[in-house]
Write a protein that binds this ligand. Structure first.
Ligand SMILES: *[C@@H]1O[C@H](CO)[C@@H](O)[C@H](O)[C@H]1NC(C)=O
Ligand SMILES: *[C@@H]1O[C@H](CO)[C@@H](O)[C@H](O)[C@H]1NC(C)=O
Length: 222
């Protein structure tokens, strides 16, 4: 039955396109993503009192590294550089829409007297996922992250280094106590709000899962 074959492969193709597109999507699908049109979407694998497990597909980001003693100062400098990229400092002079979250990769092994290297990333909107405009600042680069499972803990208020460290350390203790395997030495801080927003702010800390994520079976979703 050739028609059925064509029909099925068409359907599979359609579903593949749908899932590929669904990863950077309409923010109305995420309750805590309120300030941008597009957000990074995910599949929720499970949810516990201590953390969520999410699956993220591979997506492209625009990133920059900044080395400083202070996470908060590194954050400001890196934000400025990435903001310039989306505000036209790129090969095509494109204005690119802001998305959420803004991701910051933070080393866990830095003492306060040491400099740390922080990598900040803006998620490229759907229309620029395939062919992102080339950055013209040589400190800015396009970064394709692999698909991954992450352990996530959310918190309100401001994403400052002290809060970020406290929540990261709480999350890693919770993961250690259930024997979860995750990439050690760094975590991600994810921010969903501009500094202008005062109430109902949403921030997250992420650890990248190694192996099968640990989900208490009673709370697993189907
Ligand atoms: C996002 O979804 C909302 C509600 O479904 C819709 O009104 C809006 O037009 C969508 N935005 C985009 C950019 O697709
Ligand atoms: C964005 O780019 C425009 C045009 O180059 C410039 O006038 C404006 O000041 C920039 N905005 C910010 C916040 O840097």
């Amino acid at each position: 039955m050739p028609e059925l074959g064509i029909c099925l492969s068409g359907l599979v193709g359609f579903l593949l396109v749908l899932t590929a597109d669904a990863r950077v999507g309409n923010s109305s699908q995420l309750s805590f993503c309120t300030e941008t049109e597009q957000c990074l979407l995910f599949d929720l694998i499970c949810d516990t009192d201590e953390y969520e497990v999410r699956h993220y597909d591979s997506v492209k980001w625009v990133s920059t590294d900044e080395t400083h003693f202070s996470m908060d100062i590194a954050t400001m400098k890196a934000f400025r550089r990435l903001f310039d990229y989306i505000n036209g400092t790129n090969e095509n002079g494109n204005n690119i829409k802001m998305t959420a979250p803004v991701l910051l990769k933070v080393s866990d092994t830095k003492y306060f007297w040491q400099k740390g290297t922080y990598t900040m990333s803006f998620l490229l909107p759907l229309e620029h996922q395939k062919n992102p405009p080339k950055p013209t600042d040589d400190k800015v680069y396009i970064n394709k992250m692999p698909d991954m499972n992450v352990y996530v803990k959310s918190y309100g208020g401001w994403m400052m280094s002290w809060f970020d460290q406290k929540h990261a350390s709480d999350l890693s203790s919770a993961l250690n106590s259930v024997g979860a395997e995750y990439k050690k030495g760094f975590h991600y801080a994810a921010g969903y709000n501009s500094p202008m927003k005062i109430f109902n702010r949403h921030n997250e800390v992420w650890y990248v899962a190694d192996d099968e994520p640990v989900c208490p079976s009673s709370e697993e979703l189907d």
